[in-house]
Design a protein around this ligand. Sequence first.
Ligand SMILES: [Zn+2]
Length: 149
Amino acid sequence: MDATQTIGIMAQLTTIKTFTYPHEAYVIRGKLESEGIRTFLKDEMTVQVYNFYSNAVGGVKLQVFAEDADKALDILDNVEKPSREVAVFCKKEIEDTLACPFCRSENISRMKKPNWLTLIPFLIVGFIFPVYRSSYICFECGKHWILKK
Ligand SMILES: [Zn+2]
């Protein structure tokens, strides 16, 4: 491959996945970036402003350079399944609330402003939790969990 071809490919972005909710895209994005893949989110703002109409605008599009697409899709396969599972923990069950209870990584993010979007996955999997506390995402293993009192 000569230099001209490389430049041509670099300029091309490929959509590898479309997300209905921005926070789903952030988890995957964090994982891809940690693997050294540049990522771009398209229509992120549109979805945030018109979040009720996420499906109408086609969701948030996660894009990578075309040359990274294969690697990104491989990572996506590994990350996707665990990220859809939501675990519920009592605070007293977890020794360290600043680390992932699954892989012990401290590369986690707490979603401080719960809104109805963050509740959707819980509703889908049928969890009922009267006291909503904090929702966490691990960028290392892609797991998603909440803590309740
Ligand atoms: Zn983890």
